[in-house]
Write a protein that binds this ligand. Structure first.
Ligand SMILES: NC(=O)c1ccc[n+]([C@@H]2O[C@H](COP(=O)([O-])OP(=O)(O)OC[C@H]3O[C@@H](n4cnc5c(N)ncnc54)[C@H](OP(=O)(O)O)[C@@H]3O)[C@@H](O)[C@H]2O)c1
Length: 259
């Protein structure tokens, strides 16, 4: 049997989509997360904390390819440094990393950790590939649903997104992981750029809610970067084909049929 492919964050939104694709391609998978999961034929779950470093060496042992998808609101730089050190010790031959479009351009603390994580990988000595993706539809849906809880929804003016379907990101990551290390590859974004107001209106229309949208101004350097579109894919990016509207329709249909 071939060496398992390690998927850090394999229990998350993206990881849950990547694992079955690797299985379909005939590869055994080892999934790393803090909380773990139920192992199944061809899928072994291990627990490790990338931030603290506990369990990481054991998780990487015997692995040749790592898909690094674990992430959180804080500490992705440190978590990634711990992973690349362990990967170097284990002789990993390809480390594939998911990052975020704008990590190098938008001055937000969270995005700086993504940029520093990218740098740790690039300087690790382990052959690598990094894909920067736009926000997933799932994340936009979570944010829109939270914002729409309030009768008046403050919407930052000039804030635009190009959301992408997480299944398309998963498929691209698997393709990259099974190919040769390629460094920083073209960004992957969705097919359409929307204003935040359009995304919220799309959600409200789809769930049949009415809300008052109140335009507000995002302050500071980060606000300027967003208004400048620094979080959007530049020319040369790859675009997925599934739209926000198609995603919403599919999700709502799933909710109706689940009732
Ligand atoms: N969501 C988006 O719109 C988007 C867009 C572009 C890029 N990305 C990037 O894609 C990656 C995956 O995103 P996602 O939405 O799938 O995230 P998610 O659903 O929040 O999943 C995060 C995964 O990472 C694991 N994890 C978190 N901290 C960990 C730690 N310290 N040690 C070990 N495992 C840890 C979580 O499991 P436990 O909690 O059990 O540890 C979980 O499996 C992230 O790096 C994110 O920045 C996301």
């Amino acid at each position: 049997m071939s060496a398992p492919i390690l998927v850090t964050g394999g229990t998350g939104t993206l990881g849950k989509l990547v694992t079955p694709l690797l299985r379909e391609a005939g590869h055994p998978v080892r999934v790393l997360s803090r909380r773990g999961g139920r192992s199944a034929p061809g899928v072994e779950h291990v627990t490790a904390d990338l931030l603290g470093g506990e369990g990481v060496d054991a998780a990487v042992r015997g692995v040749e390819i790592v898909l690094h998808l674990a992430g959180g609101p804080k500490g992705d730089d440190q978590a990634t440094r711990n992973l690349v050190r362990a990967a170097g010790r284990a002789g990993v031959r390809h480390l594939v990393h998911i990052s975020v479009i704008g990590a190098d351009r938008v001055p937000l603390a969270w995005l700086r950790t993504k940029r520093d994580a990218e740098q740790a990988i690039a300087e690790s000595g382990v052959p690598w590939t990094t894909l920067r993706a736009a926000q997933f539809h799932d994340l936009v849906l979570t944010v829109a649903a939270k914002m729409a809880k309030s009768p008046v929804v403050p919407v930052p003016g000039g804030l635009r997104f190009q959301p992408v379907d997480a299944r398309e990101v998963a498929a691209r990551l698997v393709e990259l992981a099974l190919g040769a290390p390629a460094g920083l590859v073209p960004d992957l974004a969705g097919p359409t750029v929307y204003g935040m107001d359009e995304l919220i209106r799309g959600y409200l229309g789809a769930v049949g809610k009415r809300r008052l949208l109140l335009p507000v101004r995002l302050p500071g350097k980060a606000g300027r970067a967003y208004r400048n579109g620094d979080n959007l894919a530049l020319g040369g990016a790859t675009t997925g084909s599934r739209t926000w509207e198609a995603f919403l329709a599919e999700r709502l249909l799933q909710r109706v049929t689940a009732r």
